[in-house]
Ligand binder design. Structure first.
Ligand code: MN
Length: 202
């Protein structure tokens, strides 16, 4: 997994690799603007304020997440989670699905892409409160779906995260109100499977 290093002791707010309205109607420009420009920016600022004196200055973000606890863990985890989340989208596409080796591994692990999608949305919809649902690869190369509460990330369990859906209400409430399963189902249109395949290839 690629390491995210601080620059002059600070982590940076990622630039979105697409325009603010590129993901509409799945994610509105209003939601994207708040989610990236307010929520994620807040986590970045909090983390940078907490790092000095923590003993974790200069460590890669991924290592801070596996070692920290309390507010430092929460803000580092949310930065790593959102970097992976915002980095995996592209404009909506009909019949959007993975190709190649990743597609074959998903079929082998879950039976079919449709069965994988169903299991993933079920895990996201069934996560109580705020958190994240993830597709990861374990140390033996097996694909796993996990639910992570709050700011957690699969790296804390030794997994390598490939793809995620944010089930915090701030990710969908403006566009979908309380209809979390509808939001999760719509997100399949905007997953950039080329990005996910690159993460899978390591
Ligand atoms: Mn979020």
């Amino acid at each position: 997994m690629e390491k995210t290093m601080p620059l002059n002791g600070k982590f940076e707010l990622m630039a979105l690799p697409y325009s603010a309205d590129a993901l509409e109607p799945v994610i509105s420009a209003a939601t994207l603007g708040l989610h990236h420009g307010k929520h994620l920016a807040g986590y970045v600022n909090n983390l940078n304020a907490l790092l000095p004196g923590s003993g974790m200055e200069g460590l890669p973000l991924e290592e801070v997440v596996t070692k920290a606890s309390g507010p430092l863990f929460n803000n580092a985890g949310q930065l790593l989670n959102h970097n992976l989340y915002f980095g995996q989208f592209a404009a909506p596409k009909a019949d959007n699905r993975p190709m190649g080796a990743l597609a074959e591994t998903i079929d082998a692990a879950f039976g079919s892409f449709a069965a994988f999608q169903e299991a993933f949305v079920k895990a996201g919809a069934g996560l109580f409160g705020s958190g994240w649902v993830w597709l990861s690869v374990d140390a033996d190369g097996r694909l796993v779906i996990t639910q992570e509460p709050g700011a957690s990330n699969p790296v804390v369990h030794g997994l390598r995260p490939l793809m995620t859906m944010d089930v915090w209400e701030h990710a969908y409430y403006l566009d979908y109100q309380n209809r979390r399963p509808d939001h999760l189902a719509a997100l399949w249109q905007i997953i950039d499977w080329n990005v996910v395949a690159k993460r899978y290839d390591g």
